[in-house]
Design a protein around this ligand. Structure first.
Ligand SMILES: Cc1nc2c(=O)[nH]c(=O)nc-2n(C[C@H](O)[C@H](O)[C@H](O)CO)c1C
Length: 153
């Protein structure tokens, strides 16, 4: 089994490097990294990681700017990653940081690092330990910010 990691030069944090660091911490799965200019290049990067480099799951690391155009680009990315998954039958975990989602750059850094690391864990669990995800169903898991917990009766 092999994990694909796709990231961008547009991002202001080296999300691909963080993803590789976390992957090496939690498992011994081999990986392939593919860096592209920006989020709209991530769908083809994911498909090539699956089709040409034999990856069984892909984590895409994207950074969305704060302008309207940036947000429209994210919708294109998001729809396209759904298509890649349906075309290939493989999971593509979309790790996205929205530049305007945090109060300041330092908070953005923390959220980005947490989100990457937590989704790497999700991707590994999807491949190797799906029962862990089942145990967490309905518990309000979040990636980046704190988990919000389940609604109690
Ligand atoms: C408007 C825009 N916004 C973003 C963004 O918020 N994040 C990002 O990673 N890339 C953006 N890009 C660039 C495209 O994703 C892509 O890299 C170029 O159109 C080249 O294919 C564009 C064109």
């Amino acid at each position: 089994m092999k994990v694909g990691i796709a990231d961008t030069t547009f991002s202001r944090i080296n999300m691909g490097k963080i993803a590789i660091n976390e992957l090496r911490k939690i498992c011994s799965l081999p990986y392939e990294r593919y860096t592209v200019p920006g989020i709209k290049d991530l769908p083809i990067a994911a498909k090539k990681l699956i089709d040409e480099r034999g990856c069984d799951i892909v984590i895409t690391c994207g950074w969305v700017g704060a302008t309207e155009n940036d947000k429209l680009s994210y919708i294109v990315l998001s729809m396209s990653l759904q298509l890649v998954q349906l075309m290939t039958g493989k999971h593509v975990i979309d790790v996205t940081i929205h530049e305007d989602e945090a109060e300041d750059e330092q908070e953005l850094l923390v959220v980005a690092e947490n989100r990457v690391r937590e989704h790497v864990r999700n991707a590994v669990d999807l491949l190797l330990n799906p029962k862990r995800l089942e145990r967490l169903a309905g518990t309000g898991q979040r990636q980046g910010y704190e988990d919000v917990g389940e609604i109690r009766r």
